[in-house]
Design a protein around this ligand. Structure first.
Ligand code: UT7
Length: 326
């Protein structure tokens, strides 16, 4: 049976660190509040000169190097982002240029924090249908550019970063076993950025009204996220007739430590089998899963044959999961 398999991973985090102590000096917050409510201690912030494609480039380069591949070996590039370099062209096309991936075709996917798994779903389908042979899937975000640094309810959460994977076909009994993607547009207003599109094109007025920043009803989003992710992980395991005890790792989107713990609790997986790096990077939206996956690979927390569950929830609302046998 033809499946797709992740053959390599890479990630990149900007050097600048913004700690909770730094945030205490910017808004009315405290290290104690942020740590207790989110699990975050610090996050990375891109340099002024860096856009999403620059972070994506570093992560992609690392994934290519680890695979021993050259950029022209890639035949498709999918970039998941809500903070692309510019409205058009796609960040994937800009990345293609930077990499010199002359044999590839590229496009972006906007599914907020679920964007990496949506992109993996598409890549998996295109491998299984034999349309493509070697796909670079990237999650890259510069959320610091759309963060309102005067809004304590959002500015403490987000961070910048990028992660990349390369996938190929395999006939072996491993790889991506199943994927689920879902959306429910009825709650889109709970998490969105109103300005900069055709609804509210950039103007002095949209800037004055702060429409170019993330707007999030955090607590309502939190409640839906917990409920939805609990159902999603149970459904993913049930449909694959896999008991949670056989999972070696859960790699969740890093939105909030309490959401991660609730999801792990629901399937009874101990926290030592859950990849958590939110304390160092905050919520990097579409980048968080490939960054966490890359760290898990590099620290040898994943071995051949391991069952791994990836899951994410984000604005839209969107949510998605992937069950992988490594
Ligand atoms: O990435 C995928 C999608 N996003 C998510 O999944 C995020 C989901 N939401 C969350 O992670 C949490 O809802 C937050 C971390 C955003 C907020 O935590 P919460 O426990 O839901 O807090 P809350 O919004 O209910 O606010 C509780 C209190 C409020 O004060 P009052 O009204 O009780 O006096 C807030 O004003 O905490 C206050 N507060 C803060 N205090 C200090 C909100 N943000 C802060 C802050 N520092 N940064």
């Amino acid at each position: 049976m033809l499946r797709s398999r992740i053959i390599s991973t890479g990630s990149y985090l900007p050097e600048k660190v913004l700690t909770n102590d730094d945030l205490e000096k910017m808004v009315d917050t405290s290290d104690e509040w942020i740590t207790e409510r989110t699990g975050i201690k610090e996050r990375r912030i891109a340099d002024e000169s860096q856009a999403a494609s620059d972070l994506a480039y570093e992560a992609s380069k690392a994934a290519l190097e680890r695979a021993g591949l050259k950029a022209d070996d890639i035949d498709l590039i999918i970039v998941a982002t809500v903070t692309g370099d510019m409205p058009f062209p796609s960040t994937a096309c800009i990345l293609q240029d930077k990499l010199g991936a002359v044999n590839a075709v590229g496009f972006d996917i906007n599914a907020t924090c679920s964007g990496f798994l949506y992109s993996l779903y598409i890549a998996d389908s295109l491998i299984k249908s034999r349309m493509h042979k070697r796909i670079l899937v990237v999650g890259a975000e510069v959320l610091s550019r759309i963060t309102d640094w005067e809004d304590k309810t959002t500015c403490v959460i987000f961070g910048d970063g990028a992660g990349a994977v390369i996938i190929e076909p395999t006939e072996e009994d491993r790889g991506i076993l199943s994927m689920h993607i879902n959306s429910d547009g009825r709650m889109w207003e709970l998490l969105h950025m109103p300005g900069g599109g055709s609804r509210n094109p950039a103007s002095i007025d949209t800037i004055k009204k702060k429409l170019h920043y993330i707007k999030m009803k955090g607590n309502e989003t939190f409640k839906v996220a917990v409920r939805t992710l609990e159902d999603l992980v149970v459904k993913t395991l049930d449909e694959n007739k896999l008991d949670a005890s056989r999972l070696s790792l859960l790699i969740p989107h890093q939105a909030n430590l309490r959401i991660i713990q609730a999801t792990a609790d629901r399937i009874g997986i101990p926290m030592d089998k859950v990849i958590v790096n939110i304390e160092r990077y905050g919520n990097t939206s579409a980048a968080s899963i490939p960054i966490a996956l890359d760290e898990a690979v590099r620290t040898e927390r994943i071995r051949d044959g391991d069952y791994i569950l990836l899951e994410a929830f984000g604005g839209g609302f969107t949510w998605a999961s992937a069950l992988i046998r490594w």
